[in-house]
Design a protein around this ligand. Sequence first.
Ligand code: DLL
Length: 432
Amino acid sequence: MYWNKRVETISRDELRYIQNENLSKMLRRIYHNVPFYRSKFQEMNLYPEDIKDIDDLSKLPFTTKQDMRDNYPYGLFATDLSEIVRLHASSGTTGKPTVVGYTREDINNWAEVCARSIVAAGGSPSSVIQIAYGYGLFTGGLGLHYGAERLGASTIPISSGNTDRQVMLMKDFHTTFLACTPSYALYLADSLEEHGISPEELDLKAGIFGAEPWSENMRKEIEKRLNISAHNIYGLSEIIGPGVASECSCQNGMHVWEDHFIPEIIDPNTLEPLPYGSLGELVFTSITKEGLPLLRYRTRDLTVLNNGTCECGRTHVKMNRVMGRSDDMIIVRGVNVFPSQIEDVLLGIGEVEPHYQLIITREGTLDCLEVQVEVTDNLFSDRIKNLESLKNTIKSKLASVLQINAKVTLVESRSIPRSEGKANRVIDKRNY
Ligand code: DLL
C-alpha cells in the first residue's frame, strides 16, 4: 500500500529531475530572501545559478544549530511572518529554543509526508490512530495528526502522558495504530499488563515510533508485548518534524522522502561527502520548504544511507536507524537535552561549582535523569534546610528549561571525577 504511489515509486531519473528543479528554486528563494545565506554565497563568490545539479550541493555552505541560534528567532525565515501559519520549537543548546516556521504550503507538504509514513507503516484510511506524541511546540503530535487526518484515518489527539486514559481509550475506541516514542510504547505495554489487558483483547495492528534512538531488540519487545508490527519514523524540527523518513513493511531502514529532503552523509571531521553505504553525519537540504528552507543542515545524527532497491517498490533511498550523535545531545523521555543547557542553568544559580555530571538510567521502561552537582564547602556543611532549598531551586529551573523533571543530587566539592581532557559529563546507563 502506498499513499502517493506515483511519487513513492518514481524512477530515479525523474526524481532527480524534480530535485534539481526544486533545488534551483530553493536556492533563488534563500539568496533573495535570507540575508544570512546571501552573504554566505557572496563570500564564496557563488550565485544560485551556478548550482545546476544536486551533485553540486557539496560546493555549498552548511547550516548549523549555531546559525539558528545566531539568527534567533526569525532571522533564517525566507518568507514574511504574515505568510507563516505555524511556529514550533525544539531544544537549543542553551537557554533559547530553536524556532521553526511553516507556511500553509509547508503544512500541506508535511501532512503529505506524514500520510506517506503512516501508510508505509501499515496505516490506512480505515485506521483508528492514537497519537500519543506530545502536542504543542514539539512537532511530533501535530505533525502526525495532520498526516493521519490527510489520510482520512480516525485520529485520536490524546497527546502524551495520562497512561491510564491512554489504555482505556485504546480499548474502548478500538485503536488500530499507535504513534508515540518507542519508550512510551513499552510503558503503555506495562500499563496494559497492570490493568490485566492482554494485547489480544485490543485491535492494535501497527505503530510508528521515533523521536529517540531505539534498537532492533526494542522493536522485538514492542512487537511481542503489543502484538503489532513496529516501524521506525525519523525527523527533526529544523527540516520539518516527523516524516522526513519512515519505514515500510520491509522494516530494514527508513525511506527518506527525497522529493522534499535531499540527504547527504558527510565525515563529521573533514566535512567531506561520503558515498552510499558509509557511516557518517546526516545532512539535509529542504528543497520545497517556503517558511524556513535550510541548506545542508547538519543534523549531527550518525547513520548510513543505502540506495539499493527495496522490495516494497519505493525508490527513495533508505537510512539506517540513527546510530549515535556527533555532538553531545542526549534524548531523555523523547526530549532533546544538551548538557550545555543544564550547565547554563547551574551556573546561573551560583552557590554550585561548575562541576556536574548527568546520569541517565532506565527505571522499568522510563528514562530517569539525575543531575549531580558539586556545592561549595561552606554550603555543604550548612544546614540541611538550605541544601534542600537549593536543590528545589535547581530542580524547578531545570524543569522550566528542559521540560522534564530531573533528580538533583548535591555532592561535596571535588567528589565528581575530573578529566584531563574533554570532561565526560554524561553517563548513559540505558540499555537500548
Ligand atoms: O523528534 C521529530 C519527530 C517526532 C520524529 C516524532 C519522529 C517522531 P526534534 O525534537 O527536533 O524532532 O528532535 C530531532 O531526534 O535529530 C534525532 O537525534 C532524534 N530522532 C528523531 N527521530 C529518531 C529516530 C523530532 N527514529 C532529533 N531514531 C533528531 C533516533 C531520532 N533518533
